[in-house]
Design a binder for this molecule. Structure first.
Ligand code: HEC
Length: 163
């Protein structure tokens, strides 16, 4: 289960509960960690969910899993990880729309090329596409003024999933 989906679902449920409380108590809500007004609570929940860094922490996790899935020729898991990564990026752009333009070369070119290699079950093509994929992550980092974040091809296996 994706952590972000859980957080977002929880946020929606909380927003509904808060809205329900608001009609009953006329603007005030019971004092909880999130805050005492609807506006304050929304602000505080947004801060807790975080910005694009959270998206990137998830991206980085999936990037690793995806690489080792390819090494194992576990194509189902590789496809799953790439799909989830793109889904997570989309949610990230809802929170930080100004980041989206720089990702076009990644989303429209590098990712589909890698998906093609995964679908063909060709390990050599995967290795080659993954190299371009990694470099596309870094292109976006440069475009977004975080060129100090340079991802490389994983060398040490951290994935616990084995095929
Ligand atoms: C929108 C373009 C974009 C793409 C595509 C992108 N990144 Fe990022 N990445 C960023 C930005 C912007 C940050 C800095 C986050 C912040 O300041 O909120 C970042 C931060 C990171 C971080 C540091 C996160 C932290 O806070 O510790 C890692 C690791 C990372 N990216 C990995 C990747 C990997 C791996 C890929 C490719 C699979 C990738 N990124 C693709 C824009 C991108």
């Amino acid at each position: 289960m994706k952590r972000n989906s859980i957080i977002i679902s929880a946020t929606i449920i909380m927003a509904i509960v808060i809205a329900a409380c608001q009609t009953q108590t006329d603007q005030g809500i019971e004092s909880r960690w999130a805050g005492e007004t609807v506006q304050g609570a929304i602000q505080s929940i947004e801060n807790q969910i975080g910005g694009f860094d959270q998206t990137m922490i998830e991206t980085n996790y999936r990037y690793n899993e995806l690489y080792w899935a390819g090494q194992d020729e576990n194509w189902g898991f590789a496809e799953y990880q790439l799909d989830e990564m793109l889904g997570s990026l989309e949610k990230g752009f809802v929170r930080r729309p100004e980041r989206q333009a720089s990702s076009a070369q990644f989303v429209d070119q590098a990712a589909p090329r890698l998906m093609q290699a995964i679908e063909s079950g060709d390990k050599e093509a995967f290795v080659e596409s993954f190299r371009r994929f990694a470099s596309s992550c870094n292109t976006c980092h440069t475009m977004e003024d975080v060129a100090f974040i340079q991802v490389t091809i994983p060398e040490i296996r951290t994935s616990l999933v084995r095929f």
